[in-house]
Design a protein around this ligand. Sequence first.
Ligand code: ZN
Length: 228
Amino acid sequence: MIPTLLEIFQQEYRELRPRPPLPEFHVEFYRFANVNNTIRLRDGRILARVSDLLETAPEPVLRAIAHILVAKLYRKPIAPGQAARYRQYVASHHLSAKVHLIRQMRGRKRIASPQGEVYNLEDIFDELNRRFFHGLLGRPLMTWSQDHARNNLGHFDPAHNTIVVSRIFDRKNVPRFVLEYLVYHEMLHLKYPVKLRGMRRCVHGAEFQAEEKLFPRLEQAKQILKKL
Ligand SMILES: [Zn+2]
């Protein structure tokens, strides 16, 4: 039997406080904009919120969070093993990438959308899909970034099947083929998926590079990108 989040909290409470009667708990997974977990005591009830990004975390990690929160609430020392288990899980690449994207998508007021002021990313995807991929690529979620990031022009997030393009390209003075090149590049990431290793985000294998060269005006697009 897999214990519920409530049972995990009750058990961890018992570990830390064997004698007092078990208080009433209200425990839930909650949509924070970040990996965040909170606990407080109100009218004798324990209210705990665990980030919904941890909903799929293995049981020992959830135990670690419950332990840390209950220990914090009662000012008890946190077991080093539990702290380490939780830290390791959160620091794992998969989760940090997820946090990054979700923060982008739900942390800001503007809702993620393929429709910009000038360009529609879904239209661009569909057209490139016809021109270069025989319409064979499944369209992922296409969205403009929420900010005008220059350090991250575009990226494909396989965990969320999403292509994000920096909003700096949603301008009239950005030629369409330059934006097309960016989207084409991300579509190649879709076509040639890679296992994420460490912090390397962008892996361009031989096949990837060969196919990228098929893009007309590739060099011109790259030159313009440098100047933007
Ligand atoms: Zn790349």
